[in-house]
Design a protein around this ligand. Sequence first.
Ligand code: F6R
Length: 369
Amino acid sequence: EKGGYDTFMEKEINEQPQAVGDTLLGRTDESGALSLDELRIPEEKLRQVDRITIVACGTAAYAGMVAKYAIEHWTRIPVEVALAHEFRYCDPIVDERTLVVSISQSGETMDTLMAVKHARDLGALTISICNTHGSTIPRESDAVLYTHAGPEIAVASTKAFLAQITACYVLGLYLAQLRGGVHADNAGQVMSELHEVPGKIDQLLHTMGRVREIARFMADTRSVLFLGRQVGFPVAMEGALKLKELAYIHAEGFAAGELKHGPIALIEPGQPVFIVVPGPDTPHGLHGKVVSNIQEIRARGARTLVIAEEGDEAVVPFADEVIRVPHTSPLLQPLLTVVPLQVFALELSTAKGLDVDQPRNLAKSVTVE
Ligand code: F6R
């Protein structure tokens, strides 16, 4: 049942090319335009949406944070990401023109379910992005966009995360197309780049030998920091979450720009820090800014584990290790950059002799509030 792998998590990490590919499948028509008939929401209603709130927990919420950057860029609709368990208690601003998008692998997370019900009571339009057919959250929503990652057994979410991000991109591009915004014409181009991602993940999965080695050397590490910027920020937090839950190591993800506002005080000689570097073609010179951050922490003795695109030579002088990912356009990068962080957490957990598939104190779906 583990398909020759030692753990479900390893199997599921290796199923990620297919999870992304299958989630893209059937979502475009012959002309290449996005078509989401499955939503069964009148287009008119979707055109009226003037605000989007994403509700989710844990890894699914990080998928939502990635989605915020992409959907706002493509549609110019303001997107807010709320942790589902906070949403009901913050007197949310929601009306008939608000689209509430829930993201849940299991479709049974009680916190997320209650947020969806609350949103519906307030009159919002609700769409569920979900991996489990017939589960509760899709049933309680106006519409569902399924992720096609296949069953996820390991407690730590991996392939569902990539499928969630993919489904969010599809939804964002669909809304952009529907509303004819500035980026509507680009939707086809982004879709064709997305179709190339599964092959790139596959390629990446074949180069994880060094990441595994680094993880094994770090079995005694007590703390690891993760930095990222823009869409790399939620990736940093996801990398930290994977390490906490699988290897029981203290880990924190920061926005790289926050460093000088406090966290840089944590840097002491030998502190391992992963840095998710934006591609050199990311707008607003973000690449150079993150390279400067690497330089700053290296000068203070940090051990820099750098995740950067192939061909990005600017990082080399400041990196103790460079982990390469294939090139893709900046907003799509999380589908690649998170993979080495998943493999790192898996391998470190294994090196510590822990139960990778069933970490202590955790359940696959959290059906209590
Ligand atoms: C982390 C993890 C959790 C879930 C969260 C939401 O690896 O698996 O953080 O992402 O509990 O679960 P779903 O997506 O089932 O609502």
